[in-house]
Design a protein around this ligand. Structure first.
Ligand code: NAI
Length: 340
């Protein structure tokens, strides 16, 4: 049923031209919360993705159909449709290969991500129920905070519906990686796009563990106190934005960038590309926390391989030790919300 774009390649062998065609898959991506601060720029970026044939924009906000009409005037192939209100949710989800969820309230100054739980938990629950009913094979990428608890919520909903596949539900922690790369790029005076650095654990405060010892290039930092200051800055970078926006919300533009990057990795995996790796928060048995973020390889069915987090130095081990109780608590909070 999916659109297939024929790709014509020309190979020159022994001076003779050989024409061969290999199919490139195209996919439907649904964005839930598409009219929001993250949703709009995320949709703008996804409309430019050559692997996207259909973009379904879902939100409760009255502006939703207008956002879709606006984006539909971009001269890129993806077909954009807007779906406003819960009565149109089923249609938005049907046929989706990937469902990206930035729906829900963001932080204001003084708030932690956990303060968002009460409002956002039911939003993610209802969206996951709809995916279970209409598009149970879709890969769900959750941006909504607190991510540490929202992924367990969606997973429990899918379990109850009998359609749970741990390789198809993940939390988006890409912004932590993007921030770490940006900061190291400045410190080292290099293009941040050439920096690789795993950020593991979860997505809030102490559960965010930048593994700076594995960063490439190695951060040009002389002493341990500066390593610790950089670690803290990455952990608190979201709060840096919340404070600077002074009541106007949290990170939206950098988050859209990071969300588009992760969605692209998922799509490249679905398209059969090998060696597509990004950090993501997934079901995991690597630590005593039953969900954990670290580099994963994407494939035709979502997460193809958990690549683990390799060797940590003593400082990073201490961060992990501090993170695990908090992460476990966040996971239980999410699971209890569904199994109460
Ligand atoms: P926003 O308030 O600008 O947009 C949220 C959108 O969700 C609004 O358009 C709203 O109408 C919509 N919405 C609310 N309930 C809905 C429902 N039941 N179904 C569909 N849409 C619904 O908020 P923003 O700034 O876009 O943030 C969204 C979420 O992303 C927040 O929870 C925020 O904490 C989180 N976030 C996550 C990050 C991460 O790294 N994972 C980084 C930054 C923000």
């Amino acid at each position: 049923s999916r659109a297939v774009k024929p790709v014509v390649t020309v190979a020159i062998q022994n001076g003779a031209k050989n024409f061969s065609t290999s199919p490139e898959m195209l996919f439907k991506v649904m964005v839930a919360g598409a009219a929001g601060g993250i949703g709009q720029p995320l949709s703008l970026l996804l409309k430019q993705n050559p692997l996207v044939s259909n973009l379904a924009l879902y939100d409760l906000a009255p502006v939703t159909p207008g956002v879709a009409v606006d984006l539909s005037h971009m001269d890129t192939p993806a077909k954009v449709e807007g779906f406003k209100g819960a009565e149109n949710l089923d249609s938005a989800v049907k046929g989706a290969d990937v469902v990206v969820i930035p729906a829900g309230v963001p932080r204001k100054p003084g708030m932690t991500r956990d303060d968002l739980f009460n409002t956002n938990a039911s939003i993610v629950r209802d969206l996951a129920e709809c995916v279970a009913k209409n598009s149970p094979k879709a890969i769900i990428a959750i941006i909504t905070n607190p991510v540490n608890s929202m992924v367990p919520i969606a997973s429990e909903v899918l379990k109850k519906a009998g359609v749970y596949d741990p390789n198809r539900v993940l939390g988006v922690t890409t912004l932590d990686v993007v921030r770490a790369s940006a900061f190291i790029g400045v410190i080292n005076g290099v293009d941040p796009r050439t920096v690789t650095v795993p950020v593991i654990g979860g997505h809030s405060g102490v559960t965010i563990i930048p593994v700076l010892s594995q960063a490439n290039p190695t951060p040009k930092i002389s002493d341990q106190s500066k390593i610790e200051a950089l670690t803290k800055r990455i952990q608190e970078a979201g709060t840096e934005v919340v404070k600077a926006k002074a009541g106007g919300g949290s990170a939206t533009l950098s988050m859209a960038w990071a969300g588009a990057r992760l969605t692209n990795a998922i799509l490249r995996g679905l398209n059969g590309e090998s060696n597509v790796v990004e950090c993501a928060y997934i079901k995991s048995d690597l630590t005593e926390a039953s969900y954990f973020a670290n580099p994963v390889q994407f494939g035709k069915n979502g997460v193809a391989k958990n690549l683990g987090y390799g060797k940590l130095n003593a400082y990073e081990e201490s961060l992990l030790k501090e993170a695990l109780p908090e992460l476990k608590k966040n996971i239980v909070t999410g699971e209890k919300f569904i199994n109460k």
